[in-house]
Write a protein that binds this ligand. Structure first.
Ligand code: GDP
Ligand code: IMO
Ligand code: MG
Length: 423
């Protein structure tokens, strides 16, 4: 068997949580491969809404195995809050959730370092989620990290050693005004809570399951434009959000990857700082934000909104090897008389390119205009009901990106999902 991957093609918040939940009945295993509590994956069904941060979005449909892979960074206190809330609302996880012993831990001092580094950057802040993501991954690469597999008898001693290293770094950054007492107490409570979960060698588990004929869906966090290598660096997150991240974040050989589901909004959003060529500062942008409720699931921050960027998406399709597209939030554009799509960039020297350049800071988007469908999509249940202008928009996206749109989403609920052809 091969493992399919579902990942974001834009700057995150494309609707990954919703679609992973919708696809879960087709799989035996759902596995998160990177990121941490910077993610906020929203699912809606039966009138309830859930936001998942570290726990895979396959937790609600049937008794499927869910895995937190080695590529994830885990904050025990936040994990405890998230898991307890799920258990409280009738979604027990202990038997169904496996956590890789190679996943790194986010310490309270990582969050302080995140804030300290951001403060030191002044105007060139990344606008991180403040969850300690960058510092935790920095420690991983610097070979000074603490992992889930370190939860043994000597854990307190190891924790004290890493904590001392961080305190020195904080002092060097002149960031000393904090009190860790309460936060550390809760964090240690989180560590004890984590001990009740199955901690496994995830790479062995995932490969054994595939060898056993089980189907696996790998769930990405963030999006391709936030990838540490290929995104809008340095305004990115600190992990590989692209398809290759599923290989390193779960221990999967490249040849084990099957379908790559690339998920995008019918328009585009970004939260945090950094370039965003198609960003709108006008009434259209405000309408997208209002109609699409574009506020961060984790931080509540306003999301920046703009038209779909096919130059960036073409690049994302290339680096991920996307085989199927998923288009989300189509309903948000229902009332727009004209839809614009950026098909190329004008570079500062005046040349026009369809290829994603090294630096997107000063590019000017070149748009194509398409007629809006001006029909309410949210109650539609099949492709046959699509207004012609909407079908034309989908066909245009497919032509531009060279990949079929397999799923169209017309609302936040699990049911508001239309599958086109075979999955
Ligand atoms: P993720 O991080 O990729 O899982 O996405 P988020 O959960 O951060 O953001 C997506 C938001 O859009 C959530 O509030 C979803 O409930 C909502 N959503 C998902 N699909 C649709 C859709 O097709 N239409 C509308 N209107 N909202 C959607
Ligand atoms: P999901 O999985 C949108 C952004 C932050 C910031 C940058 C770095 O819900 O799509 P970090 O805390 O990772 O160091 O922040 O990345 N960011 C996200 N934006 N969706 C996310 O996750 C994000 N995770 C991080 O806003 O610009
Ligand atoms: Mg999100």
């Amino acid at each position: 068997m091969k493992a399919d991957v579902l990942l974001g093609l834009q700057w995150g918040d494309e609707g990954k949580g919703k679609v992973v939940d919708v696809l879960t009945p087709h799989y035996d295993v759902v596995a998160r491969f990177q990121g941490g509590p910077n993610a906020g994956h929203t699912l809606e069904f039966g009138g309830e809404k859930y936001v998942l941060r570290s726990i895979p979005s396959g937790i609600f449909q049937g008794n499927k195995t869910n895995i937190i892979g080695n590529g994830v960074v885990l904050a025990p206190d936040l994990f405890m809050d998230e898991a307890r809330e799920l258990e409280r609302t009738g979604h027990p996880l202990r038997e169904r959730l496996l956590i890789s012993r190679k996943a790194h831990l986010i310490m309270p001092t990582h969050r302080l370092l995140d804030a300290a580094v951001e403060a030191s950057k002044g105007a060139s802040k990344v606008g991180t989620t403040g969850k300690g993501i960058g510092p935790a991954y920095t420690d991983k690469v610097a070979r000074t990290g603490l992992r889930v597999g370190d939860l043994d008898d000597r854990f307190e001693e190891k924790y004290a050693y890493h904590r001392a290293l961080h305190l020195k770094q904080l002092e060097a950054l002149n960031y000393t005004d904090f009190d860790l007492t309460e936060v550390e107490k809760r964090w240690m409570e989180g560590i004890d809570y984590l001990r009740q979960f199955q901690r496994v060698d995830g790479e062995h588990v995932v490969n054994a399951m595939l060898a056993d004929g089980k189907s696996v869906l790998c769930e990405g966090a963030q999006g391709t434009m936030l990838d540490v290598d290929f995104g809008s660096y340095p305004f990115v997150t600190s992990s590989n959000t692209i398809c290759a991240g599923a290989c390193t974040g779960l221990g999967l050989a490249p040849g084990r990857i099957g379908h790559v589901y690339g998920i995008m909004k019918a328009y585009c959003t970004r939260v945090g700082a950094g370039p965003f060529p198609t960003e709108l500062f006008d009434e259209d942008g405000r309408r997208m934000r209002d109609i699409g409720h574009e506020y961060g699931a984790v931080t509540g921050r306003e999301r920046r909104c703009g038209w779909v960027d096919l130059v960036a998406l073409r690049y994302a399709v290339m680096v991920n090897g996307v085989t199927r597209l998923i288009m989300m939030k189509s309903d948000v554009l229902d009332t727009f008389p004209v839809i614009r799509a950026c098909t190329s960039y004008r570079l500062p020297d005046g040349t026009i390119t369809r290829d994603f350049p090294y630096d997107i800071t000063d590019v000017t988007p070149v748009y194509e205009e398409l007629p809006g469908w001006q029909t309410e999509l949210s109650h539609l249940t099949s492709e046959a009901q699509f207004p012609a202008a909407f079908s034309d928009y989908i066909a245009f996206i497919e032509r531009e990106l060279g990949v079929p749109v397999a799923i169209v989403s017309v609302g936040p609920d699990r049911e508001q999902t239309i599958v086109r052809g075979e999955l």
